[in-house]
Design a protein around this ligand. Sequence first.
Ligand SMILES: [Zn+2]
Length: 508
Amino acid sequence: MAKRVLIAGFKHETNTFSKLSTTRESYEARGLHFGDEIVAAYKGTNTEQAAFHDACARHGWEPVLAVAANAVPSGKVARDIYETVSGHILETIDTAGTPDAVLLELHGAMVAEHTFDGEGTLLELIREKIGREVPIGVTLDLHANVTARMAELADIMVSYRTYPHVDLYDTGTVCADLMARTLAGEISPTVTLARAPLLDGVDHGRTTAPGPMRMLLERGAALEREPGVLRVSINAGFPWADLPETGPSALLVGDGGDDRYRALADGLADLMWETREELTVTPITSAKAIALARDRGRVGAPVVISDFADNPGGGGYGDATGLLRAMVEAGLQDAALAALYDPESVAACQAAGAGAELTLDLGGKVEPGLGAPVRATGTVEGLYEGKFRLEGPMATGVAVDIGPAAVFKVGGVEVVLASKRAQNLDRNYFKSCGIDPAERAVVAVKSAQHFRADYGPIASEIVVVDEGGGLTSRNFRELDYRHVRRPVWPLDEDATHNSRTGAGGHAA
Ligand SMILES: [Zn+2]
């Protein structure tokens, strides 16, 4: 008889410093699909769900589809949507009966109103329902803040190995294939978690240049040649979350219990500690970025500027104005920015109509303390639906909805205004609004790193701006951390780590 495999996804990267609650509407905006809708939404895309779907066919499993839920990073997940999604998973188990295995597509950095450990709590609810024997396989984003409880309650945990994350499908496939070996009785996987007293580290997980992440991944690959080691994952963690267990971690999936696994995983945590200060990107001010862009940007060979501190992909509001203000004041020509979250200005553009000239207060509305709106007179260049599919290397094929959108041109700067928050990780954020970024001299994106996958090929040069003014700045010492374990680097000078003596400590 075919094995019955329960499939569910519940993702969020929660920036606990954001004042925007993550609601049902937040999930509906990015993706909230139940049962068979999951296949319709993700079949053929570069996602874990597509990989799970294909694995069912390959291994002859009967899929039991529960829910796939994903929302743009923002503040804590509201309790009601958390309970709707988790409740639907539990109800599916009640209705369909205890499955032979569970495959979960998680992020690993979810915080809900009622729990610091969104994924650990979910795993506990599922374990209460299915018991300890049914194997659970989990995929994670490499920006997961993995808790001891998560590692204890899962049998298989596999994280992305690329940032930009272009290996979603591959990660799902690895997880599903380890589950197939488990169901065949070939392996008995266990998860070992190791950490150092780090809030931040591993260069945020960047794999676009030689640095800590690539080095750790190579070390992990070497460990996979050791007997019994099935999979090693390196998580850079998500530092903009004030939680006891925030931070980078190593995960080792081993066959059975073996004391060696602890030492091997700890060795990776040691390496994370040793490389904690290494970064492959040096952020600069917007003034420097614009001077450079004006000097070197050419139509057809744009300089691409990343607004690191206001990355909606890390919970930034997407309406910070520092970079936009500098672009407008510098009088840049053939320049474009996407996307500024500003539903009010979109509505004003719609009311005025395409071609109209008007004065708007752009951005700076969610948290004016981070930077005031930019008052600017310009022209409504076009009005758009804001719905498109990703065509770049990341999450290829997935549908995106940035809400009604407008292009507002101020001098030589075209600003894509969006009604929903979203990270610009694909050229279609511009193209869907009538702008080909390859044909601009300067292109600014609300994205910290993911944009490199699709914009790298058209960029003559990439620069990264971080001068504060957003929720995803590396200004950790200015943030009010109250719950993270202390001492922890880089908040505390006296944080130390040595896994061999236990100093600094790490979770089991
Ligand atoms: Zn990530």
